[in-house]
Design a protein around this ligand. Structure first.
Ligand SMILES: Nc1ncnc2c1ncn2[C@@H]1O[C@H](COP(=O)(O)OP(=O)(O)OP(=O)(O)O)[C@@H](O)[C@H]1O
Length: 396
């Protein structure tokens, strides 16, 4: 394992151009031969600089088509950059796309040997790991079947199993893990956690904010082939969500443009959240609200959701008959939620300002977020502190 030089991967000024052939039909293509129509260039990556340090887990996130898989393939040396270079150290194992790496006509067993050899293991080393590889994959009964008869889940099981048993310094994982069933995904997550504790380096592409939030210590957000954020995972996921939300709001705005007043009567200027570490599980939400044009009634709606968008709770001040100020100016409001016992992870708070008639003045999805600390015992959506009582002497 690498320890002397902390950089395992260095992506330097990488850009990747694809040539897009837009001809749609054979006929069109035949017609265009004569005219030799110039192809369109498409830059999937632009000027990417990333140094991945040993022992870190980097998540590549972004909208569809933002360049995540292309970047991972460039890191893995599967495709060459058009500009710039990638330097890598140590043994790498990559799970990039379904189908890559295995030969369809060979059996699972033969592919394990072939794959391990490509990844740099000797035959003797592979033999030593073989049983563990097959056992982890859980496809013992099909190990002597040609892999072209495998289901995509069986395929990923075996490929992941090989990848994690060849002692890689660097593991690259694309969305493929999403193909496995839930128990296997769980197993993969445990394996990845084990890799992390062993100080190995992981770069993964995922659409699951929950997975990225739970696993990564660094998040790179790609947008149209460029780095939009590189660093703090919670912030990266917020930026990603804000992007989704901007797209959604843009769609809404286009629809309702004429109905939105230039100055909202009520406007959320800022929101922040704190989880108190001294008072157990107390959540404090601070809102800064600007009142421009007082209306007969107004209220605040709050909801809490997981980073994956599962709504856990929602309320409005109408439910609680809360007295809110209603004079023009900026007002600071604090909401204290005692005893919020959520499992480890990141949670988002959506804030909406509206009236009882159902009008919305201002709504901000993911206005603020908070991190619930890791629990000592177990894991889940809620935080529990189970106590075990052993009752002895029951058998007389
Ligand atoms: N071989 C290729 N030839 C031409 N264009 C390509 C090729 N591979 C990728 N692209 C284009 O490059 C862009 C980035 O693709 P990429 O697969 O890296 O995106 P992504 O962020 O992984 O997307 P997704 O979330 O949909 O998997 C896309 O617009 C895609 O159409």
């Amino acid at each position: 394992m690498i320890s002397s030089n902390p950089t395992v991967v260095s992506v330097q000024g990488v850009s990747k151009r694809f040539v897009m052939h837009k001809d749609k039909s054979v006929k069109e293509r035949l017609v265009n031969v004569a005219r030799s129509r110039p192809a369109d260039d498409f830059w999937a990556l632009r000027n990417i600089d990333i140094d991945v340090l040993a022992g870190s887990t980097v998540g590549l996130v972004g909208h569809n088509g933002s360049g995540k898989s292309t970047l991972l393939k460039v890191v893995g040396g599967i495709i060459q950059p058009t500009q710039g270079q990638v330097l890598r150290r140590g043994r790498m194992a990559a799970l990039l796309e379904l189908g890559a790496g295995f030969h369809p006509d060979l059996t699972g067993r033969e592919n394990v040997y072939l794959n391990a050899a490509i990844l740099g293991l000797s035959r003797a080393e592979t033999e030593r790991h073989f049983d563990a590889i097959v056992e982890f994959s859980g496809i013992e009964d099909f190990i002597d079947t040609q892999v072209k008869f495998y289901s995509s889940g069986m395929y990923v099981r075996l490929a992941f199993s090989v990848a994690v048993h060849v002692d890689p310094d660097l593991l690259l994982v694309d969305e493929v893990l999403a193909v496995g069933d839930e128990p296997f995904q769980r197993k993969c997550m445990d394996k990845i956690a084990e890799f992390q504790s062993e100080g190995r380096t992981i770069v993964l592409v995922s659409h699951s904010a929950e997975q990225v939030g739970a696993l990564c210590d660094r998040v790179v957000v790609l947008h149209a082939g460029e780095i939009q954020h590189d660093g703090d995972p919670a912030k990266g996921l917020r930026i990603l969500r804000a992007g989704y939300e901007a797209d959604r709001q843009h769609a809404v705005t286009v629809e309702t443009e004429t109905k939105v007043p230039a100055v909202a009567p009520y406007f959320l200027r800022s929101a922040e959240t704190q989880v108190s570490s001294t008072v157990s599980d107390e959540l404090t939400i601070r809102l800064e609200i600007e009142i421009n044009d007082p209306q007969p009634s107004w209220g605040i709606g709050l909801s809490i959701e997981t980073s994956l968008g599962m709504k856990l709770y929602s309320m409005t001040t109408f439910d609680g008959a809360v007295q809110l100020p209603n004079t023009p100016g900026v007002h600071n409001l604090t909401v204290v939620v005692p005893d919020i016992r959520l499992g480890a992870g990141q949670y988002l708070i959506n804030v909406g300002l509206g009236d009882q008639a159902g009008r919305t003045f201002h709504r901000v999805a993911g206005a603020t977020s908070f991190e619930s600390p890791r629990d000592d015992v177990g894991h889940g959506l809620i935080r529990l502190s189970p106590r075990f009582q052993i009752t002895e002497g029951m058998h007389g």
